[in-house]
Design a protein around this ligand. Structure first.
Ligand code: HEC
Length: 128
């Protein structure tokens, strides 16, 4: 009986540890991206632009999972490009939206993401 409860405590501890490690591993947990920004990116960008994406070109250009770990200079560049790509209607790609019109950003979402990325870039420039 004793032995068993020690084992179950051990297993519970392992569980808790793996949970903490995975939470720490997940960049969306430690960044301070507003929920509405995150939702818009998840809807229209994340599928192509993340480390596990099969779209090699997309993830080479921009990986939202690694964004937080970039150097300040690279992050500033990334935020600027995000804003520009949306402003100039380059992203999400037109061909993709023809197949998946539900992934299109609404005007509000566009504005939200453009303002957010500009603010992030400016804040980083100031912090340097
Ligand atoms: C269907 C896949 C796909 C989706 C969805 C997508 N992208 Fe891209 N993205 C790409 C590809 C492929 C490239 C690289 C080639 C190119 O530039 O066209 C790219 C390049 C980029 C670049 C690099 C600079 C540039 O303009 O080429 C940025 C920034 C970018 N995407 C931002 C975004 C944002 C922000 C969203 C969501 C609003 C988004 N992407 C949605 C596939 C995608």
């Amino acid at each position: 009986m004793k032995k068993r409860s020690i084992i179950s405590v051990f297993i519970a501890a392992l569980f808790a540890m793996s949970f903490i490690v995975s939470a720490h591993d997940n960049p969306t947990k430690k960044d301070n991206m507003p929920e509405n920004v995150k939702a818009a990116i998840n809807k229209s960008c994340f599928g192509c632009h993340n480390s596990d994406s099969k779209n090699e070109d997309a993830k080479k250009e921009l990986d939202f999972k690694k964004l937080d770990g970039l150097s300040t200079i690279k992050k500033i560049g990334a935020y600027k490009e995000i804003g520009e790509a949306i402003e100039e209607q380059e992203m999400p790609p037109k061909k993709f939206l023809e197949r998946k019109p539900e992934k299109k950003l609404t005007d509000e979402e566009k504005e939200l993401l453009i303002n957010w990325s500009k603010k992030e870039a400016e804040a980083l420039v100031k912090s340097k």
